[in-house]
Write a protein that binds this ligand. Sequence first.
Ligand SMILES: N=c1c2ncn([C@@H]3O[C@H](COP(=O)(O)OP(=O)(O)OP(=O)(O)O)[C@@H](O)[C@H]3O)c2ncn1[C@@H]1O[C@H](COP(=O)(O)O)[C@@H](O)[C@H]1O
Length: 110
Amino acid sequence: MSDILNQLDAALSERRHADPDTSYVASLHHKGLNKILEKVGEEAVETVLAAKDVDADPASREALIAETADLWFHSLVMLSHLGLDHRQVLDELARRFGVSGHEEKASRRS
Ligand SMILES: N=c1c2ncn([C@@H]3O[C@H](COP(=O)(O)OP(=O)(O)OP(=O)(O)O)[C@@H](O)[C@H]3O)c2ncn1[C@@H]1O[C@H](COP(=O)(O)O)[C@@H](O)[C@H]1O
């Protein structure tokens, strides 16, 4: 999985300073953080709406996969805009791996 994430992050760095008229990634950076965050929020809502349809219509699984890809993509653009990339997120997931969410939450109270 991280092969495509590595490739995508390299493409995001490379396209950041491209011509906004020919690069969607460059156009997002050009419009700034607020526009990128707006897209992340919009894609998150579209992902939730697509997921709600899956029980009633299994064919909408493809729409859910596409919306989730849009959400991940725009989240990667957000990280890139702020000087971060997917590796820090994967490291954080690795750090949490095997730690029960209930246990972790309880440890925050003590
Ligand atoms: N993975 C993606 C990717 N996923 C989604 N999108 C774009 O994200 C946009 C989201 O769609 P929307 O319908 O929400 O957007 P919209 O309605 O056009 O946007 P608004 O004007 O309403 O804000 C579409 O334009 C998609 O084409 C992506 N654009 C680029 N990439 C990757 O980024 C690379 C560089 O792209 P460019 O910078 O465009 O060369 C590409 O080679 C791909 O690998």
